[in-house]
Design a protein around this ligand. Structure first.
Ligand SMILES: NC(=O)C1=CN([C@@H]2O[C@H](COP(=O)(O)OP(=O)(O)OC[C@H]3O[C@@H](n4cnc5c(N)ncnc54)[C@H](O)[C@@H]3O)[C@@H](O)[C@H]2O)C=CC1
Ligand SMILES: CC(=O)C(=O)O
Ligand SMILES: [Mg+2]
Length: 372
């Protein structure tokens, strides 16, 4: 198969869909890899490194899209990119369609087969292609919140770790999954007072074991949520209902009960955000203020640490990517985890949560996947 990888074009997105090491693996499986020139510049991988791994370098994204059977990316396609996709082409990347009707329509109109990293599953009930970026974003969320809390950045002037004789700041994490655990790890490392809220009791029990008394856990009722959010210096939004739009857990009304200069960091913004007042921001302008509360809502947080992120992402995406290149649509038919990743095929929505969020009819992948 001809596998293509364009340079990412989202604001301050420095990751790349294929590292040179991944290119070598595709080539070892007999595939041709076509890279856009400078695609790896943001991770310090020049065209020479890609050539050495066996890739062909082309000058424009247009050539990559024209010459490839499968496109491997990081972020959801931007309008200029979805216009270049075509029927019989596989797209393998993050999509986050539930909060994004325009992109969904773009993919439907293209006729392409789109697999969303964030809905591919594994045998343990996890989301293996989302997990590495959730690890990164969870860890970054504490750095981002600590920076926003600094007075010169508009924050309340609280140091999350405190100092001897002065109490530490309070971090509240809503959603104790991958993002939540990694946010808590960083916050604990700084010496912060940390509480994690979740709706899953088994998950709360697991967190209690992992952190061995170093974090408090709380069932996420409306009461508990309100009390914790009002007392917090930083709130990390880390909930997920796979594929679906995030539930709005912190309302506009609740902001008036929060401390002035406290921070809402909405990591779940790529699924529409879990705070009513969240709107996606970029690394150029990551924060804005509503009712005295700083909002940080960057939808591609891991792009800021592109070297770590691109390698962590490739570690997770490579196995399924090579499977897709080896077997084409047959890979999706044979592997139910990859089938869970299928969101759009030949103009139909094949993911139930996406269909429900956007009012489309859901079509079961098995009924429309035609294999040559
Ligand atoms: N902004 C960014 O750059 C990035 C965003 N993300 C996003 O972060 C979000 C979280 O991802 P993961 O941690 O991997 O998901 P996960 O599935 O590991 O964890 C989500 C947790 O939320 C909990 N939850 C669901 N509804 C809840 C509610 N009403 N109240 C409290 N807890 C609730 C679940 O029980 C689960 O423990 C996703 O939307 C993901 O796409 C991930 C990476 C980067
Ligand atoms: C998961 C996601 O949206 C990201 O890594 O940018
Ligand atoms: Mg997005």
């Amino acid at each position: 198969m001809r596998v293509g990888c364009p340079k990412e074009i989202k604001n301050h997105e420095y990751r790349v869909g294929l590292t040179p090491s991944s290119v070598r693996e595709y080539v070892a499986h007999g595939h041709d890899v076509i890279m856009e020139t400078n695609a790896g510049a943001g991770i310090g991988a020049g065209d020479d490194a890609y050539k050495a791994a066996g890739a062909k370098i082309v000058g424009t994204a247009k050539e990559v899209f024209e010459q490839s059977d499968m496109i491997v990316k990081v972020k959801e396609p931007q309008p200029a990119e979805w216009a270049m996709l075509r029927e019989d082409q596989l797209l393998y990347t993050y999509l986050h369609l539930a909060p994004d009707p325009e992109q969904t329509k773009g993919l439907i109109d293209s006729g392409c087969t789109a697999i969303a990293y964030e809905t591919v599953t594994d045998d343990r009930g996890g989301l293996p292609l989302l997990a590495p970026m959730s690890e990164v974003a969870g860890r970054l969320s504490i750095q981002a919140s600590a920076t926003a809390l600094q007075k010169a950045n508009g924050g309340s002037g609280v140091l999350l770790g405190g100092v001897p004789g002065v109490l530490p700041g309070k971090v509240v994490v809503i959603g104790g999954g991958v993002v939540g655990i990694h946010a808590a790890k960083m916050a604990v490392g700084l010496g912060t007072d940390v509480t994690i809220l979740d709706r899953s009791l088994p998950r709360l029990r697991q967190l209690d074991d992992i952190f061995n008394g170093r974090v408090k856990t709380r069932y996420s009722s409306i009461d508990a949520l309100e009390q914790e959010v009002f007392a917090a210096d930083a709130v990390i939004g880390a909930v997920l209902i796979p594929g679906a739009a995030a539930p709005k857990l912190v309302t506009r009304e609740m902001l008036s009960g929060m401390k002035t200069g406290s921070v809402l960091c909405d990591v779940a913004i790529d699924q529409g955000g879990c705070f009513e007042t969240s709107k996606a921001t970029t690394h150029s302008e990551p924060t804005y203020v509503v009712d005295g509360v700083i909002h940080y809502c960057v939808a591609n947080m891991p792009g800021a640490v592109s070297v770590t992120s691109a390698h962590a992402l490739n570690n997770a995406t490579l196995q399924y990517g090579v499977m897709l290149a080896d077997k084409g649509l047959n890979a999706i038919l044979e592997n139910h985890h990859l089938r869970n990743g299928l969101n759009v095929h030949k103009g139909k929505i094949t993911n139930a949560a996406v269909a429900e969020a956007l009012g489309y009819e859901m079509t079961a992948p098995e009924t429309i996947l035609k294999v040559a």
